[in-house]
Write a protein that binds this ligand. Structure first.
Ligand code: HEM
Length: 492
């Protein structure tokens, strides 16, 4: 017995010495990183007292201006290293290390439990599924779905055209959700014409309520947060989000039953959509339908919300910059003339100006930051980011850095003229980030954006009363215009 106690004491002592050594190592390496001076216990936390997540991003951006492109912050015992320089990002994204998301993403775990937040081996398995879905997707089939869904949108918008101002954003979100459900889950639900689909609004609310926790340390405890009004509202909202996922799953099961009892040779029971593969994954792990719903919501949300946000922003930019809109319309006319034919794959490369407009939109409103857990030291040119810290990658700051962009705060698609791209260092434009954990939906989303804009601009002229100086951006997943996407549509 005594021997066992001695062993336990010894093991405990070794663990404590190891933890102190680790912490000392982190402090020593962090000491070489530039950042504001700290006070005992709090570190730099007092600089962020009372901040919501938006203020937090603003303050970090200000600090980073002062401390160049690397800035060290201690929030209590947590070390955060903010980075936004192209050379540093090149080192980070070229490495196969440090792919796990930071601990902050765990606040999303009550409605996102798929590839977006997964770690280590679980992530590798899920990412394989997602990659295979993108790899095997039939592009012609995708184009048909895009063209059909955008035609429905165009019809739905007809009721709102004729000069009346309205917020176009909910229509765009619903259309994108329609596409994602059709392509990734073979859904037949007519989301755009169905009443009461509030998925995107629910996702926005759940995200805002999650973001609300980040900068308020006392809300980091699930127990405390779940007892607040925000926590209760989040729970109810998440139930709606997951119910939607379960409807899609049940619909798929019915379709599979139909296929099983069908004698038609047209249907191919072996063709596996993303949902089909996730159903197998869930079955092998005895998931409940709610758990399966949580595991597919990453793709439903990442696939629809991000692209919809970018499209709504592009619509506003083109409405505010009518000269650019007319030039894009001219390009579309050159390709399609007055024909109403659907957009085909070979049209894509001909939309050069539209592509520059899309890139400029993504420069303006990327996901403003992402955060990774540093599992292994990151050696930079003159310094080291220590293991155990959180890497906070400031895409917004990178995309507005006057070092790289001649018109950082203006809407200036010429930033993406070939000669200007040539002049910029690599790793200065990263809306989809880069490396092994980059967005798998990049090509898919660029294609959707092009076809969507062609469908709208062929039919409508877009105008707005909002001035560029009135645009106020706020953080949800991406940056959004907080005062709405208020436009008028006039038939051409
Ligand atoms: C404008 C459109 C989009 C933008 C700007 C965007 C951006 C991003 C970014 C920055 C990440 C990395 C996030 C992080 O590391 O924290 C990401 C991840 C992801 N995106 Fe996208 N995305 C877009 C569209 C799409 C689409 C259309 C899909 C799918 C249909 C998609 C699916 C995903 C998935 C599944 C991940 C997680 C990947 C992983 O963790 O391995 N995204 N996206």
């Amino acid at each position: 017995m005594n021997k066992m106690i001695t062993w336990l004491q010894l093991t405990g002592a070794v663990i404590v010495v190891y933890l102190i050594w680790e912490r000392f190592r982190q402090w020593r390496l962090a000491g070489n990183l530039p950042g504001p001076s700290t006070v005992p216990f709090f570190g730099n936390a007092l600089l962020f007292l009372g901040c919501d997540v938006q203020d937090f991003v603003d303050r970090v951006t200000q600090l980073q201006k002062r401390y160049s492109n690397i800035c060290r912050l201690w929030l209590g015992h947590q070390l955060i290293v903010c980075v936004a320089g192209s050379k540093t990002l090149e080192i980070i994204f070229k490495s196969n290390d440090n792919l796990n998301k930071s601990v902050h993403y765990e606040f999303y775990n009550d409605f996102l439990k798929g590839v977006f937040v997964a770690k280590d081996e679980k992530w590798r398995g899920l990412r394989k599924i997602v990659n295979s879905v993108f790899h095997n997707n039939n592009v012609e089939n995708q184009l048909n779905v895009f063209n059909n869904c955008f035609l429905v949108l165009s019809e739905v918008l007809e009721k709102r055209s004729g000069g009346e101002t309205f917020n176009i954003d909910p229509y765009i979100h619903r259309c994108l959700l329609d596409i994602v459900c059709k392509i990734f889950a073979s859904s037949r639900i007519d989301i755009q014409r169905k009443d009461g689909v509030t998925y995107s609004e629910d996702v926005r609310l759940a995200t805002q309520l999650t973001n609300h926790r980040f900068a308020k340390i006392w809300l980091h405890s699930d127990f405390i947060f779940n007892h607040t009004a925000a926590g209760k509202l989040k729970k109810a909202t998440i139930n709606k989000i997951l119910d939607f996922g379960m409807d899609v799953i049940n619909e798929r099961r019915e379709i599979l039953n139909e296929i099983a009892s069908s004698t038609s040779e047209d249907v191919n029971p072996n063709s596996k959509t993303f949902l089909g593969q996730m159903m197998d994954y869930a079955e092998a792990r005895n998931f409940t339908d709610r758990e399966l719903s949580m595991s597919i919501s990453d793709v439903l949300i990442a696939g629809s919300d991000t692209t919809a946000g970018a499209i709504s922003y592009m619509i506003m930019m083109l409405a505010m910059h009518e000269d650019i809109q007319e030039k894009v319309y001219g390009e579309i006319q050159d390709i399609f003339g007055d024909s109403k034919r659907p957009v085909e794959l070979q049209d894509m490369n001909r939309m050069q100006l539209l592509e520059r407009v899309i890139k400029e939109v993504l420069r303006h409103c990327p996901p403003p930051h992402i955060a990774r857990r540093v599992d292994n030291n990151i050696k930079l040119e003159n310094t080291t980011i220590p293991a155990g810290s959180t890497l906070y990658i400031m895409l917004y700051k990178l995309h507005r850095d006057p070092q790289y962009w001649s018109h950082p705060d203006s809407f200036y698609p010429d930033h993406f003229l070939p000669e200007n791209i040539e002049r910029r260092p690599k790793y200065t434009f990263l809306p989809f980030v880069s490396g092994l954990r980059a967005c798998p939906g990049q090509k898919f989303s660029l294609m959707m954006m092009k076809i969507m804009m062609v469908t709208i601009l062929r039919k409508y002229r877009i105008t707005t009363n909002v001035q560029p100086s009135e645009v106020d951006l706020s953080l949800v997943f991406m940056l959004e215009i907080s005062n709405g996407y208020n436009v008028q549509l006039t038939l051409r």
